[in-house]
Design a protein around this ligand. Structure first.
Ligand SMILES: Nc1ncnc2c1ncn2[C@@H]1O[C@H](COP(=O)(O)OP(=O)(O)O)[C@@H](O)[C@H]1O
Ligand SMILES: [Mg+2]
Length: 285
């Protein structure tokens, strides 16, 4: 019997943002993974379809990956708030702060692009000393069409578009979700810049195509076919690929709190939030 004190968290070590990220299982029960570095992701679907839960899976992997920094933008605050101790920046409902953060990421893209040019490289790779920044944005429409003045919304949209368009090569990766997948929130020109598109239940074929790409509903890949009760089921389309119907994995609030605390510890940040005693095995310093 050991007399050593129990560790405050299970010592599983950290992950890498370059590693495959587990998203769920396909119809054959096979595990579905994606690689996020060099790719960005768009998640759409009607309210309650499972978008925020899906976003949590990617946030969890990123939070545990010490080679990336998290930028969390969540107008509602409750979806990504549990991860705030793991984040470089956590932005709530302030459109000014959201714009300020996107400008900062834009300047980071400029700085890294200058550096890439100076060393004659086209993109950031794993061996370079630049951490990946992952921008998680839950509910694009909140900033792009709901709060703020028309001028602020326009500025937000222009900045977001630039980051989605230019961010991948210099390692600034947006992962964005919205519950209003319509052409005004997600113009085709913006959608087509996202490498991964994940369509949860939609009420119209037009919305489904807004996420997956033009013509997929006609070919039988429509998120309207998903049973409204089947939360977490969606079509995942990787770049140039055929959409694949998958059931997203799911993290409970307790699991998120546990993982967020562990990730904050890995990152050397003191966590300030309640720890679920049963799951954590004790208080964390
Ligand atoms: N993959 C999943 N497996 C099981 N239940 C899920 C899954 N995704 C979502 N749910 C359930 O559906 C609810 C709504 O999901 P949420 O991600 O908040 O929807 P959205 O962000 O699309 O509005 C969750 O609170 C949860 O109860
Ligand atoms: Mg949501």
């Amino acid at each position: 019997m050991t007399t050593e004190p129990l560790p405050a968290a299970v010592p599983v070590g950290s992950l890498s943002i370059w590693d495959p990220i587990h998203l769920g299982t396909d119809e054959n029960g096979a595990s579905v993974h994606v690689r996020l570095a060099e790719r960005n992701m768009f998640i759409g679907g009607e309210p309650g379809a499972g978008k925020s839960a899906a976003l949590q899976l990617v946030v969890a992997h990123a939070a545990m990956s010490l080679d990336c920094h998290l930028i969390l933008v969540d107008g509602k605050r409750v979806e990504l708030g549990l991860w705030r101790d793991c984040a470089e920046r956590f932005i709530g409902p302030s459109v000014d702060e959201a714009i300020d953060t996107l400008k900062w990421l834009q300047s980071e893209i400029d700085k890294r692009t200058d550096w890439l040019l100076s060393v004659a490289k086209r993109k950031i790779t794993r061996d370079m000393p630049w951490p990946i920044y992952v921008l998680f944005l839950d509910e694009i429409a909140y900033f792009s069409a709901t709060v703020g003045t028309p001028a602020q919304q326009k500025e937000f949209n222009a900045l977001n578009r630039d980051i989605v368009a230019r961010g991948r090569a210099p390692g600034i990766i947006p992962v964005e979700a919205t519950q209003r997948p319509s052409a005004d929130i997600l113009p085709t020109s913006l959608r087509d810049l996202f490498g991964y598109r994940w369509a949860f239940r939609c009420s119209t074929e037009a919305s489904s195509d807004t996420i997956l790409g033009h013509g997929w509903a006609d070919r039988g890949y429509s998120a309207t076919s998903i049973d409204p009760q089947a939360r977490g089921v969606g079509w995942l389309r990787a770049e140039d690929g055929i959409p694949r119907r998958i059931k997203a994995a799911y993290l409970t609030d307790e699991e998120i709190i546990y993982l967020a605390n562990y990730a904050a510890q890995l990152r050397g940040r003191r966590h300030l939030h309640a720890v679920n005693e049963g799951l954590s095995g004790g208080e964390v310093a």
